[in-house]
Design a protein around this ligand. Structure first.
Ligand code: ZN
Length: 458
């Protein structure tokens, strides 16, 4: 059972691929892009191999090869891994091999079912499972296998979001073991000593409620020209400089009562009337979470803390139809009310797999405004900067780019990919990320089974 010939073959082939790309050109990429993607998938097998070899190294007491009693030192000294990476590799392996295989029942490993899972996703699973409280440990194995299954179809960011939601749900059964005020206890604001230029670095920790307010107040500064009164193209500030200028403006204003009420710099919650009914006791007041346009999930208590500021918006949807506000105006720019309705309906970028929160998105006209598309809630959707710029407004398949579209029968909004020879009439691909599914509209639709359960296949 010698793996040497295999390692030799890999070394030879990797060197050959590197030689092909010694002078990288676009022609080389065009000729090989499908194989480049396949290479990434093949190399993901390395993380399954890492799990197995790391587990074996631990069984063999590999530390003694470098004069240590700890296996982790073998990886640090022989492979040049950082202590952090080496420990993470050990934790990933221990988790994978401590979980029973539901199919073979041999209690050994999961990897037959997820061999090409990247190490990034494996690490996310290990890290997030670590947040499961002790009393919920009986659920660990089930959540682990669920997350391996989910990981195959979710992006790393969405997988982390999915796991946090799943583990919070499991921990919620044992409210005494989780600290609902953990975020508030971590609140901090530090300013360092002034440096030679006279300014100072600062850092800190924002609890959920303040984080939501801060994100919503800083959101308008993502646009060049914010606060300058000048054309966007003349604004040479970086994004982080614009965010600071917006922050400085807040400090200058002193009183929150002067904050603009434009509908942009506001925290919008998307609730169903049942969400409100669900809050029946002190436990749910602390542990229930509502999704918001800022990507920060707030508890009912957080909402009450925000409520004292009076100027944020809560959109409660009709529990039967799921419809938010309907406003139709013949204006190019979405009105604040339309924007609030959009935030509540779409909740994040509607491109499949994207989980950029609403505060990072533009209101996009699906039927272009220039070709007569109305500024009507039915014709608007949220797209992040990246997907807004890639949208093919002409809908002509140019550049292999598709476009945001609305299913005329179901009202579902998604992405229509460009037609191909095999598929001249591609169907709508819907965003099924955790964040997208959190909007009240989607939860109501899901409950009523108004939309078929679609999942992005890519
Ligand atoms: Zn996006």
């Amino acid at each position: 059972m010698d793996i040497r010939p295999h390692v030799d073959a890999i070394a030879q082939h990797m060197a050959a691929i590197l030689a092909v790309f010694r002078v990288p050109t676009s022609a080389l990429f065009d000729a090989n892009h499908e194989e480049i993607v396949r290479l990434e998938e093949v190399l993901n097998l390395k993380s399954a191999i890492d799990n197995a070899t790391t587990y074996a190294a631990d069984l063999a007491g590999a530390g003694q090869l470098v004069g240590s009693r700890r296996t982790v030192d073998f990886f640090i000294e022989k492979m040049g891994l950082s202590r952090r990476d080496a420990l993470q590799r050990m934790r990933n392996a221990q988790l994978a091999f401590s979980m029973a295989d539901p199919h073979s029942g041999n209690g050994r490993e999961d990897d037959d079912h997820s061999p090409t899972l990247s190490s990034e996703k494996r690490t996310i699973i290990t890290q997030e499972l670590g947040r499961l409280c002790d009393k919920a440990a009986a659920e660990k194995e089930r959540i682990y296998h669920e997350s391996i299954h989910e990981a195959a179809e979710r992006s790393p960011e969405d997988l982390r979001h999915w796991m946090r939601t799943r583990i919070r749900k499991a921990n919620a059964h044992y409210p005494t073991d989780t600290d609902p005020f953990a975020d508030i206890r971590k609140r901090r604001f530090m300013i360092q000593r002034p440096d030679a230029d006279g300014g100072a670095y600062f850092s800190g920790y924002l609890p959920r409620a303040e984080l939501a307010v801060m994100e919503s107040l800083l959101a308008p500064s993502k646009r060049p020209g914010h606060l300058l009164g000048t054309a966007a193209k003349n604004d040479k500030r970086s994004l982080t400089q614009r965010r600071f200028d917006a922050f400085a403006q807040m400090i200058r204003q002193h009183s929150w009562t002067h904050t603009q009420r434009s509908g942009l710099a506001s925290v919008v919650l998307s609730l169903t009337s049942e969400d409100v009914d669900d809050v029946t006791d002190a436990t749910s007041l602390l542990h229930h979470r509502y999704a918001t346009n800022t990507g920060v999930e707030l508890s009912p208590l957080d909402v009450l803390r925000l409520g004292s500021a009076k100027y944020h918006y809560v959109v409660v949807h009709d529990a039967d139809t799921g419809d938010p506000l309907h406003v139709g105006r013949a204006e190019r720019l979405a009105t604040p009310f339309q924007r609030i309705a959009l935030l509540a309906r779409d909740f994040c970028c509607t491109h499949p797999g994207c989980d950029q929160p609403a505060t990072q998105c533009d209101a996009h006209h699906m039927e272009s405004w220039f070709s007569g598309g109305p500024t009507d809630i039915e014709n608007l959707t949220l797209l992040c900067r990246c997907h807004h710029m890639s949208n093919n407004d002409a809908r002509n398949g140019a550049g292999n780019r598709g476009y945001a579209d609305r299913d005329p029968d179901t009202g579902t909004i998604g992405y229509r990919p460009p037609p191909t020879h095999e598929n001249p009439h591609p169907g709508l691909q819907v965003n099924t990320t955790v964040r997208a599914s959190q909007s009240a509209k989607n939860r109501i639709r899901r409950r009523k089974r108004m939309t078929p359960s679609t999942r992005l296949r890519c």
